[in-house]
Write a protein that binds this ligand. Structure first.
Ligand code: DGY
Length: 325
């Protein structure tokens, strides 16, 4: 008998065909109230789940007694209770690597957009306000040659360092759990404590995962250490930052600007004060959102799920202890 898969993300026809060949698929097209009701109905017979952007807590997972594997179409796994999944020996896999370069591109887009005020000045033209040559009140700041600070030197951090070092001649400093000699050698990067990094970087970029240890890592105390000309970039998770403190730091001129792809609550509320600030470039969590990369992520997730359901160790297993158990 074919295994039952609940899919809560649309896939390309090619990937749908692969899943249909080997499994029985229930597709939840939208995670609206109706979709969530359909998901609850389908969970009791599910052996596998594949999707993204859904908090799968114990209450939902308890509806799925036969569940063997979850393939998340994301690198971040903050939507899952890994300890609980491991206890139940449910294999959780994610999609790292395939999105690294695209997400680093997003980081650099935000660095350039904030420093050169791209969105604000493009809007000025649209609004009919380009009436004479621009002057110093519209000038931005350079990116090349400035100090790039990276908090969380994982794959995406490294890809950002590569762009900064080789493309823009930026000195790179970083903070992570421990120093990374190979990274230091490749990008002539220097390890800094968190306070040193905040004081020295022209661009402070967050690329670290959301965990119990990183939640709220950057708040009022940390923004106070940054310089009025520094720019804050977040392409990791909104909850790593105290958003109210960020808004305060922007309003008070403690930092020059912020480029934000992630927020405490997503979608970002239309009346968020962030959207009132000209020195904020906000994007709707587009980190990995290109046609090529989203297809590669979905392919990777399908591979992971099919392997797990066939009793093989998936390529990107997150909770290795569940496999060993
Ligand atoms: C990820 O894969 O975790 C990115 O944030 C896209 O959701």
């Amino acid at each position: 008998m074919k295994k039952q898969v609940v899919l809560y993300k649309k896939l390309s026809p090619l990937l749908m065909a692969r899943l249909h060949e080997q499994t029985e698929v229930t597709l939840i097209e939208n995670l609206d109230a109706q979709g969530l009701a359909k998901l609850r109905d389908a969970l009791p017979r599910a052996h596998g789940l594949l999707g993204a952007s859904l908090k799968l807590d114990a209450e939902l997972l308890d509806l799925a007694p036969n569940l063997q594997a979850i393939a998340s179409v994301s690198v971040g796994v903050d939507n899952y209770d890994i300890r609980y999944l491991t206890e139940r020996r449910i294999l959780l896999s994610n999609t790292p690597d395939v999105l690294t370069e695209t997400t680093a591109d997003t980081g650099f887009a935000l660095i350039l957009a904030t420093a050169r005020r791209v969105v604000e000045l493009a809007n000025m033209i649209r609004e009919g306000n380009w009436t004479r040559n621009i002057g110093p009140t519209h000038f931005g700041s350079d990116v090349h040659g400035k100090t790039l600070g990276i908090i969380g030197m994982g794959r995406i951090g490294e890809a950002l360092a590569q762009r900064g070092h080789f493309g823009f001649g930026m000195p790179v400093i970083y903070h992570s759990q421990s120093p990374k000699p190979a990274v230091e050698q490749r990008f002539n990067a220097h390890y800094r404590s968190l306070p040193e990094m905040l004081q020295q970087a022209d661009f402070v970029c967050l690329t670290l995962p959301l965990t119990a240890q990183t939640a709220g890592l950057i708040g009022a105390e940390q923004f106070a250490l940054m310089r009025p000309e520094s720019i804050f970039i977040n392409i990791s998770r909104g909850k790593v930052v105290d958003e109210a403190a960020l808004i305060e730091a922007l309003r008070a001129g403690q930092i020059r600007a912020a480029g934000l792809d992630v927020f405490e609550r997503e979608p970002l509320n239309q009346d968020s004060p962030l959207l009132q600030l000209n020195n904020v470039v906000a994007t709707p969590h587009i980190g990995s959102a290109t046609h090529e990369t989203r297809e590669a992520m979905a392919r990777c997730a399908v591979d992971n799920l099919l392997a797990a359901l066939a009793g093989r160790r998936p390529g990107n297993l997150v909770n290795v202890r569940a496999w060993k158990a």
